[in-house]
Design a protein around this ligand. Structure first.
Ligand code: NDP
Length: 323
């Protein structure tokens, strides 16, 4: 019987994870189908209940449900508990386990960005959503001593800092209000900048003006594209990386959790590159046009993902909307 793995988000019209995971299942001859479930928050609990049957290997969870799904599972792994966010579900009988593989993906991305240099100790993080939680968790684990979080809605950043309270007791983890001058002052004192907001995902907006970016910064944008931030940073002399490595490695970790097998990284990377070549930009969770109805769809292949008329499915934009 074909096993089912679903991505639950809202919206999830087109998914890079769909292309990447289906390619991995097919390559290893695993009889499994990656499906996209567009579920509004009010429908989340029912969707989670549905996963408790033998048909399902597990699920991915994306915007806006990563934090909401936490109380709906039976057990959390250490990473999921520590971050307060779940992006992967596995099944143990009728019980569901919540994992956070974004954390593992971020670690690989950070290590690659830093390269042979000594791991820095100071970072600025922009954003306080599910992705930012994995980032801050990773920075704490990596031994960073000063991490400043800026978020448009300050209270959300403050909530995140409070969540990490005890695990960050030995260091300085602070939320600060989103003001250009304060961000610029902090960037002048730091070594690493991570953009974990969705600014730049669908347009040429940038969270930080080019003038505010000092040279020699290490800049990671979780968005899977050469955003304006990354281009400005490269022009200023910084080392930069986009969200591809994190996306690939969180996906590989999820694949292994579901199947018990090593993920075919090359195949998954090729599927991602193919999807990108067809115009998909985002890593996950694009805040697209409002979805009008819940829809189920098997993962589109990389080609059909952009050929379809998005309005014919759920009103989401033609770019990728889910991880
Ligand atoms: P969330 O919806 O949980 O958080 C979105 C974040 O972006 C919030 O901090 C939000 O601020 C901020 N934001 C959105 N629009 C604006 C704006 N116009 N101005 C200022 N701030 C804004 O999403 P995630 O944390 O899950 O994802 C965030 C980004 O990270 C996305 O682009 C996603 O693609 C990427 N990502 C990539 C991953 C990868 O594997 N490469 C993994 C996870 C995420 P506020 O709270 O004030 O609304």
């Amino acid at each position: 019987m074909t096993k089912r793995i679903v991505l639950i988000g809202h919206p999830v019209a087109h998914s890079l994870s769909g292309a990447m995971q289906q390619a991995a299942f097919d390559h290893l001859g695993i009889d499994a189908r990656y499906e996209l479930w567009d579920r509004a928050p009010i429908e989340l609990a029912d969707a989670i209940t549905e996963l408790r049957t033998d048909d399902f290997l597990g699920a991915n969870v994306t915007i806006p449900h990563k934090e909401r799904v936490v109380p709906l599972v039976d057990r959390l792994t250490d990473e999921a508990h520590a971050t307060g966010a779940v992006n992967t579900l596995t099944r143990e009988g009728r019980k569901l386990v919540g994992h956070n593989t974004d954390a593992a993906g971020f670690k690989v991305a950070l290590d690659q960005l830093v390269g042979r240099q000594r791991m820095p100790r100071h970072a600025v993080v922009l954003g306080a959503g599910g992705g930012a939680r994995a980032v801050v968790y990773g920075l704490i684990r990596e031994g960073f001593q000063r991490v400043i979080v800026f978020n448009r809605h300050l209270h959300r950043a403050e909530g995140m800092v409070k969540h990490f309270g005890r695990s960050a007791a030995h260091m300085e983890l602070r939320a600060m209000p989103w003001h250009e001058s304060i961000i610029e002052a902090e960037l002048a004192k730091t070594k690493v900048l991570v953009n974990a907001t969705s600014i730049g995902l669908v347009d040429e907006e940038t969270p930080v003006s080019a003038e505010a970016i000092p040279p020699e910064l290490l800049v990671l944008d979780l968005i899977y594209a050469q955003t304006r931030l990354l281009r400005d940073a490269a022009a200023a002399g910084c080392t930069t990386a986009d969200g591809e490595t994190m996306l690939l490695h969180q996906g590989a970790a999820s694949f292994t959790l579901w199947t018990g097998q090593a993920a075919p990284l090359d195949v998954m990377q090729a599927a991602l590159a193919d999807a990108r070549a067809h115009g998909l930009r985002s890593a996950e969770g694009e805040p697209a046009a409002p979805a009008t109805a819940s829809t189920d769809a098997a993962a589109p292949d990389a080609t059909s993902a952009v050929d379809e008329d998005p309005s014919a499915t759920d009103g989401a934009s033609a770019a990728d909307t889910a991880g």
